[in-house]
Design a protein around this ligand. Structure first.
Ligand code: T46
Length: 142
């Protein structure tokens, strides 16, 4: 996976054990791979192939890591100044979705399964869903 250069993001690589022909085991440990206590886990699946997009928001405070455990998709990251597009298809790599990072997932394969670990419970008020508002707030934080 390429290096991430937008702010409030980054990549972690999980530990994997490949035992041919018995498959692969991937492990994430809190404190070692995931740098926060996980309060919530959710999965995104069954996205209509190629056409749908998800995300289209930033979070005010939430920390998350997103993994693609099956299939593939594109994730677009935008810190308000810089934008970067990444292909997600390797389950060993997690992308940090830190605060104030606009993110959009597109071009899902039919079999795409995303798993997200989050630092806090679901809170509607933590979302910034208006791109203009996001840009205004992101500029203030520079
Ligand atoms: C994110 C990206 C990567 C809940 O009730 N609880 C939850 O924990 C979540 C995540 C969602 N919901 C409800 C809220 C909506 O009615 O599920 C519905 C779909 O959520 P949303 O449109 O926000 O889904 P995405 O895929 O656009 O965004 C999700 C996360 O919400 C978001 O935090 O960073 O995945």
């Amino acid at each position: 996976m390429r290096k991430i250069t937008v702010k409030n993001s980054g990549i972690i690589k999980l530990q994997s054990f490949d035992d041919f022909p018995d498959g692969r085991l991937i492990v994430a440990e809190i404190g070692k791979h995931i740098p926060f206590e996980i309060r919530r886990i959710y999965v995104i699946t069954n996205v209509l192939e190629g056409r749908s997009s998800r995300g289209k928001h930033a979070h005010r405070k939430l920390e998350q890591y997103i993994f693609c455990f099956n299939g593939s998709c594109i994730i677009e990251l935008d810190d308000g100044t810089k934008k970067q597009k990444m292909v997600m298809r390797d389950p060993r790599y997690g992308i940090r979705l830190g605060p104030m990072l606009w993110h959009v997932m597109r071009r899902f394969s039919k079999d795409c399964v995303l798993l997200v670990v989050a630092s806090d419970y679901y809170d509607k008020s933590d979302y910034i869903r208006d791109y203009k508002e996001f840009l205004k707030l992101a500029k203030k934080k520079i």
